[in-house]
Design a protein around this ligand. Sequence first.
Ligand code: SAM
Length: 271
Amino acid sequence: MRIDVLTLFPEVCEPFFSASILGRARQSGLVTIACHNIRGWSADPHHKVDDRPFGGGPGMVMMCQPVFEAVEGLESQGEGAATRVLLTPQGERLNQRIVEEFAARKRLILVAGHYEGFDERIRSGLSPREISIGDYVLSGGEAAAMVLVDAVVRLIPGALGDEESVQDESFRMTDAAPREAGAAGEDESGRRLLEYPQYTRPRVFRGMEVPEILLGGDHGKIRAWRRAEALKRTAQRRPDLQAADQNGVESYRQARQDEAGVENSHAEQDH
Ligand code: SAM
């Protein structure tokens, strides 16, 4: 997989992508991540990338020219059309289903904004997938790009030492019929769950005990207990997940269709 991040502050993202699981995934060749400064594509002699908004108002708006040329320039580098992602608080809210979808792509180009955001023609002309990491406004898209890349890369097979660890995680496990190993998260009919409670040594800490069932070594009982706890916890903390997930299935299917259309049209332009 290849991920290109377009930003005005590559030095903010680069150290994050070099550490821990992401750094190891890069070193082992599972993913190529490159951070690029959008200014490098500016046609302005002073590498200007923003200008005042038409109609007046505060702040500056990111201009079309550098962003269009950056995205198109990277895509022309021989590895074919990418899934274009614009980080914006006005986008579709990121969730695990979208992360899984992106993790299955060969190539992503992420565009992080700054200032007041983007000239609207960047959205209409480049047809990116618009993604928000939550209903609040950051000063720049770098933190959002880091969140998205982290969530995506850890799903690439081999990125985590223990593949099992992603299977039972929050938003990944479902309440669909008991799964075969490796099938978690792939069953679109199931409702996403929060993970069950976890414990480690010591068995008793300040009078608080580890549930007896986890100490007995009966793996069938432990699985059943964990499943029941995950269901209970999800019902208590996130009763909204069921409805959200049903909507998610629909938007996921729609996005797959839209994305296939966009990728086909990029591929046609390449020929
Ligand atoms: N004026 C814009 C608005 O009201 O929608 C906000 C612009 S924000 C100050 C600057 C940049 O930060 C955005 O272009 C985007 O790339 C990034 N950003 C801010 N909040 C974000 C969020 N919740 N999710 C993803 N990116 C975000």
